[in-house]
Design a protein around this ligand. Structure first.
Ligand code: COA
Length: 334
C-alpha cells in the first residue's frame, strides 16, 4: 500500500520518454527544498533546468526505474555504476531521485527494493545516494548511513575588516614547502578512526601538485595563518565554476574547499580567524552564498563548520552490504 492507503504504484524500467515527467517532479522537489533553504539555487526550480540535468544524467548512463500510478510518473530512481576508489558501487546523485508529493518518499523505498536486488547480483555492495535534507529519513530507514554533509552559509554582508588579521595573508606558490606538513591533514583525519575512509596511495600522491595548482590559480583565495616561523593553518576559497554548480551547490556561490590547522595550533582560534576573514573577503568580492562539505564522522569538522554557520542542505549517504551476501554461505531460501 502507498502513503495514501491505495495499492502501490507499478514499477518499470526508466526510459528517456519519462525525462519530461521526471523533471516536473524534480523541479517541485527543489521548490520544496528552497522553502527550507533559500540559499539553494533558484535556477533549478524550473522545469527546463531540471530537464537539462536529467537529460545529462541519461547521457551519463544513469539508469533505474520509474513508479507509475494511473499512467502518471509517481517517482523515479536512477543510479550510475562505478568501481575503483569507491568500491564496486551504484551512485544516486541529487537529480536522480524524486517522488510526487502526494505519494510520499515510500515510493523511493519501493523503487530501491526493485533495483537493489540486481545491483547486489552484479556484485555492487556499495550504494551511495546524495539526498536533500528533507528526504533523509527515507534513506536512513533503508539502512543507509551518513557519509558527507553538504552545507550552505549566507555570507555575512556589511563592511567588515578591510585587511586580514595579524598573521593572516594570501599564500603564493613559493609557500608550498612551508605548507607541506599540513597538506595531508585532511586525508589523515579521514583515514583515521572514527571516519575510516578508504585512502589509497594516489590520494596522497596528488596532494602537492593539487595544492600548487590552487596556489597558482588567481581565482582561488588561498589563505594562511602563520605563527612562529611556520604555517599554523590554511583555508582555501574557490568560486564554484558554472559547470560544477548543482542542486546542492548554487551557481555564483563560493566554495570553502579545504581547511586545516596544524596539530600544534589547534583550538587556538586559527581556523575561526581564517574563516571569518575569508568570508569577509568573499563578501567584498560579491559572493552571498558559501558552500562547503565535510565527513559526517569527522569529529572535528562536523562540530566546527556548523558552529561557523553552515546549514546542512543535503547528505551523501552510504550503505555497505555484507560481502558474504554474494558468497556460497548466504542462503536466501530453503
Ligand atoms: C577542523 C579544524 C580545521 C579546526 O581548526 P582549529 O584551528 O583548531 O579551530 P579553532 O581553534 O578556530 O576553533 C576550534 C574550537 O576551539 C575553540 N577555540 C578557539 N580559540 C580557543 C582558545 N584560545 N582556547 C580554547 N578553545 C578555543 C573555538 O571556539 C572552536 O570551538 P567551537 O567550534 O565549539 O566554537 C581542525 O580541527 C583540523 O584541521 N582538523 C583536521 C583536518 C580537518 O578535519 N579539516 C577539515 C576538513 S573539512
Amino acid at each position: 500500500m502507498s502513503a495514501t492507503g491505495s495499492p502501490g504504484p507499478a514499477v518499470e524500467p526508466f526510459g528517456p520518454e519519462r525525462l519530461e515527467a521526471a523533471a516536473e517532479l524534480l523541479a517541485a522537489r527543489h521548490r520544496r527544498d528552497r522553502g527550507h533553504e533559500p540559499a539553494l539555487d533558484e535556477h533549478h526550480t524550473t522545469h527546463a533546468a531540471c530537464l537539462a540535468l536529467l537529460r545529462q544524467a541519461w547521457e551519463d548512463g544513469a539508469r533505474g526505474a520509474v513508479a507509475l500510478r494511473g499512467g502518471a510518473v509517481a517517482g523515479y530512481l536512477l543510479a550510475r555504476t562505478g568501481e575503483g576508489q569507491r568500491g564496486r558501487h551504484c551512485w544516486t546523485r541529487p537529480e536522480d531521485a524524486a517522488y510526487a508529493p502526494d505519494e510520499g518518499p515510500v515510493v523511493l523505498q519501493r523503487l530501491y527494493t526493485e533495483l537493489s536486488g540486481p545491483w547486489v547480483e552484479d556484485g555492487r555492495l556499495h550504494h551511495y545516494t546524495v539526498t536533500p535534507a528533507a528526504d533523509l529519513s527515507c534513506w536512513l530507514g533503508l539502512g543507509f548511513a551518513h557519509e558527507q554533509v553538504h552545507a550552505l552559509l549566507t555570507v555575512p554582508g556589511g563592511a567588515g575588516e578591510d585587511r586580514p588579521p595579524s598573521g593572516v595573508r594570501r599564500a603564493v606558490p613559493s609557500d608550498i614547502d612551508a605548507l607541506e606538513p599540513l597538506v595531508g591533514l585532511i586525508n589523515a583525519a579521514h583515514a583515521a578512526p572514527p571516519v575510516f575512509a578508504f585512502t589509497d596511495q594516489p590520494m596522497w600522491d596528488i596532494l602537492r601538485s593539487g595544492h600548487l595548482e590552487l596556489l597558482s590559480d588567481p581565482e582561488v583565495a588561498y589563505w594562511i595563518a602563520e605563527g612562529s616561523g611556520a604555517v599554523d593553518a590554511f583555508l582555501v576559497m574557490r568560486p564554484v565554476p558554472v559547470e560544477e554548480s548543482s542542486l546542492v551547490k548554487p551557481r555564483g556561490s563560493v566554495e570553502l574547499l579545504l581547511a586545516s590547522t596544524a596539530p600544534h595550533a589547534r583550538r587556538s582560534g586559527a581556523a575561526t580567524r581564517l574563516t571569518r576573514w575569508a568570508l569577509a573577503d568573499a563578501a567584498r568580492r560579491g559572493f552571498t552564498v558559501c558552500a562547503s562539505d565535510w565527513r559526517a564522522a569527522n569529529p572535528l569538522s562536523s562540530v566546527f563548520w556548523p558552529r561557523r554557520g553552515f546549514r546542512p542542505a543535503a547528505y551523501r549517504l552510504h550503505r555497505i552490504l555484507d560481502p558474504r551476501l554474494t558468497g556460497p554461505e548466504h542462503v536466501p531460501g530453503p
